[in-house]
Write a protein that binds this ligand. Structure first.
Ligand SMILES: *Cc1c(COP(=O)(O)O)cnc(C)c1O
Length: 229
């Protein structure tokens, strides 16, 4: 099932990229494996899918030792600063940095560990009171504070938009994050890189790719429906 799902998703990525006049190689699929067993992740790795998204630190700590070295984990859940050091140790990217305190905790731990960490700034692009993320208008300021931290590499922006009933309705949020990233780049932020845009999930990644996604986070379409935790 997983092999079939991956090939279907890969085809859809290529089709959406072609439509948008983009190179599919610039779009990274993050396989969101939260609540799913290690066996399912190993099956995905067997199909060449090495990058996973996880939401819960406890689960990362359990799974990481059972995965081969080539597996990479993006932390995509809400990260409490008291758990920052575990994310810094076990994850290859933290996509959900949205406050200075968390960034400082990550950095302090990374100094001791003599390591660097790729991060994304999570933006609450839809101003959804139920969602984490820095407000769009405060993103530049947070960037300027975090960019001072020696061990953190800010690679781009991520958002979880408000729930909508159709993918087309999410387009405005994806476009909003892209515009924010363009504005910040034109002000000299993200020097020398094309900032990542982590947008799009199972239901709406095709639209996200049309709006410039460089990272899509796909769970259900790849591993099947999740049980409630
Ligand atoms: C669970 C989750 C996903 C995956 O959602 P699906 O709809 O199952 O593809 C993507 N991003 C984040 C932040 C998530 O928590």
């Amino acid at each position: 099932m997983i092999a079939k799902n991956i090939s279907r998703i890969t085809d859809k990525i290529e089709e959406s990229a072609r439509k948008a006049g983009r190179d599919a190689k610039t779009i990274q699929l993050v396989a969101v494996s939260k609540t799913k067993p290690v066996a399912a992740m190993l099956a995905a790795i067997g199909c060449g899918q090495n990058v996973f998204g996880e939401n819960y630190i406890q689960e990362v700590l359990e799974k990481r030792p059972q995965l081969p070295a080539e597996a990479k984990i993006h932390f995509i859940g809400h990260l409490q600063s008291n758990k920052a050091r575990f994310a810094a140790d076990c994850c290859d990217m933290v996509e959900t940095v949205d406050n200075l305190k968390l960034a400082r905790k990550l950095n302090n731990h990374l100094i001791k560990a003599e390591k660097y960490l790729d991060i994304l700034l999570q933006v609450n692009i839809g101003n959804d009171p139920n969602k984490s993320g820095v407000p769009a208008e405060e993103t530049e300021r947070l960037y300027q504070q975090i960019v001072e931290f020696s061990q953190l590499r800010i690679r781009g922006l991520m958002t979880i938009p408000p729930f909508e009933n159709s993918p087309e309705q999410s387009r405005k949020y994806f476009a909003g994050l892209r515009k924010l990233s363009e504005q910040l780049t034109s002000k000299g932020l993200f020097p020398g890189i094309r900032p990542e845009l982590s947008i799009g999930m199972s239901e709406d990644f095709a639209v996200a790719i049309e709006e410039g996604a460089t990272i899509i986070r796909v769970g259900t379409a790849l591993f099947g429906a999740r049980q409630k935790r």
